[in-house]
Write a protein that binds this ligand. Structure first.
Ligand SMILES: *Cc1c(COP(=O)(O)O)cnc(C)c1O
Length: 217
């Protein structure tokens, strides 16, 4: 099926409140433009330089989301346009994002990445550290960022019960934090293989790549 057919099918299956990030990493601008022509406006990339190149070349009403692990020294290259940074996992990174956002007189929205998977290859913060960051004095001083929710990646496995358990865990934390944090609106969980399960478990934003654009090399 074509990119536009894939997108149409996925969009039809999403509840109205769930936002779709089309993960276009490694894919050419022509593929992004095909998705764009169907009305898709939110795209996700995992490398800053690649996202900057695409931002420069493509229509300016695209919302760019950084979904990959961040290198702090590269935050400055995307600070003038990035719409949401999903994978923030330290106060130091928040401070750098704040510093760069300030230079452009912007408030950059960020999600804290929670560690929910078993494998230690997945980045993310233990739940206790998330609560520490959210209640810290240092965070209060950062006026050019807004933490609008959580992001998580489940273990890569066929075991649906395990994935469901991990998504449920992050949703429970999300709901708890929401009561004290007015800005908390976004729970970014779910990828091509598990987005339906993620939606059952409270996802408000899914990040779907290969199911739209085909497999990556
Ligand atoms: C690549 C990537 C995705 C999309 O993965 P697919 O399985 O292709 O849908 C989602 N989230 C993150 C963080 C990614 O790096």
């Amino acid at each position: 099926m074509s990119i536009s057919e894939n997108l149409k099918k996925i969009k039809q299956s999403l509840p109205a409140k769930v936002e779709l990030v089309a993960v276009s990493k490694t894919k050419p601008n022509s593929a992004i433009l095909e998705a764009y022509s169907t009305g898709q406006r939110i795209f996700g990339e995992n490398r800053i330089q690649e996202m900057v190149d695409k931002y420069d070349a493509l229509p300016k009403d695209i919302e760019w989301h950084m979904i990959g692990h961040l290198q702090r020294n590269k935050v400055k290259y995307m600070a003038h346009f990035v719409n949401l940074i999903h994978g923030v996992d330290s106060l130091k990174t928040l401070q750098e994002i704040n510093k760069q956002a300030k230079k452009h007189n912007r408030v950059i929205h960020c999600l804290l990445q929670a560690r929910i998977a078993e494998e230690d290859t997945k980045f993310g913060l233990p739940f206790t550290e998330i609560e520490e960051i959210l209640s810290s004095k240092e965070l209060e001083a950062l006026e050019n960022i807004s933490i609008t929710g959580l992001m998580g990646m489940a273990t890569f496995t066929d075991n649906t019960e395990q994935v469901k358990g991990e998504f449920t865990k992050i949703n429970t934390l999300f709901k708890k934090l929401k009561t004290d944090n007015k800005e908390f609106t976004t729970l970014s969980i779910g990828m091509s293989g598990d987005y339906k399960l993620a939606i059952e478990c409270g996802s408000t934003m899914v990040r779907v790549g290969s199911a739209i654009f085909g497999t990556r090399n």
